[in-house]
Design a protein around this ligand. Structure first.
Ligand code: THG
Length: 266
């Protein structure tokens, strides 16, 4: 599983003040801990700072790469902020989080992918919004993959995010996300699939349980990336168990290694 550590995000009540005060030590601690917990990417999001998001994002990039060499997921809908993050990046090939099939956003973000040779998370939404059905999400995924590959982006650099809507706001949203993943994986086995897991449980009790169940179901449908909290040992335990169960972990080697290192919990 390609784990994208979500903790350095300005929407988090516990993290926002650290970004506000330019508290490098607090941000660096989150980066180090996520990296040690197995994050393949560290997501950086300064979106709550509307006025100076580009400055804050650049500061996050510089601050984090002083202590880890883990590649970065530069998380913003704002091409100006993405550009500043990419210019500051030294941690190897980053992932842009994200592009959509909205015309203006697509046209603004595509040149950044090409110029900075990045991977990219592509969200299943376009100028008509977030479609309700898996068929309509699949159409957007196809459009994004077709346009990106025609522009020279490799399949292996594309991460489709079906966009997860809270299960409490529509009983079909879990199925729509999972079926979109299954369809994308079948049609494009070389494309990656990821999502922000915790959106599924927004507004309902025992959120962690719902996130864990969704992680397992999505993994079984072909999801091979996830934006999640790698410091959550229980969630990580489900992740390693799910990978073993669907045949992505020969002889449960990784599961056993994680167990021996004390990373799994009951
Ligand atoms: N897809 C993509 N990128 C994304 C998202 C997505 N980036 C942002 C977000 N969604 C994923 N990142 C987070 C980061 C933290 C939390 C959830 C998603 C989180 N939220 C708790 C909550 O919602 O209650 C805690 C909030 C708090 O402490 O203030 O932890 O879907 N491509």
């Amino acid at each position: 599983m390609i784990i994208i550590g979500e903790k350095i995000n300005s929407t988090l009540k516990s993290v926002r003040p650290a970004i506000e005060k330019y508290d490098a030590a607090a941000i660096q601690s989150l980066a180090k801990r996520q990296s040690e917990a197995g994050a393949s990417y560290i997501d950086l999001n300064a979106g709550m700072f509307y006025q100076d998001e580009p400055d804050r994002l650049e500061w996050l990039v510089k601050t984090v790469q002083e202590v880890v060499s883990t590649p970065l997921a530069i998380d913003s809908p704002n091409p100006k902020a993405l550009l500043r993050g990419l210019q500051a990046n030294k941690n190897g090939k980053p992932i842009i989080n994200s592009i959509t099939d909205e015309k203006e956003r697509f046209d603004a973000v595509l040149p950044l992918i090409l110029e900075y040779n990045t991977s990219v998370i592509a969200l299943c939404m376009d100028d008509t919004g977030m479609p309700e059905t898996e068929a309509d999400r699949m159409k957007i995924a196809e459009s994004l993959i077709s346009k990106l590959t025609k522009s020279g982006v490799k399949l292996d650099d594309i991460y489709i995010d079906p966009l997860i809507r809270p299960i409490g706001t529509g009983s079909h949203y879990g199925r729509v996300a999972i079926e979109t993943m299954r369809m994308v994986k079948k049609e494009y086995p070389d494309v990656h699939i990821t999502c922000g897991l915790s959106n599924i449980s927004f507004g309902i009790p025992l959120r962690k349980i719902m996130n864990q169940a969704f992680l397992v179901a999505a993994t079984a449908a072909g999801m091979d990336g996830a934006i999640l909290d790698p410091l959550d040992k229980k969630l990580m335990t489900f992740l390693y168990a799910a990978e073993a169960l669907i045949g992505r972990d020969d002889y449960c080697m990784n599961y056993l290694t994680q167990f021996r290192e004390g990373n799994l919990v009951e």
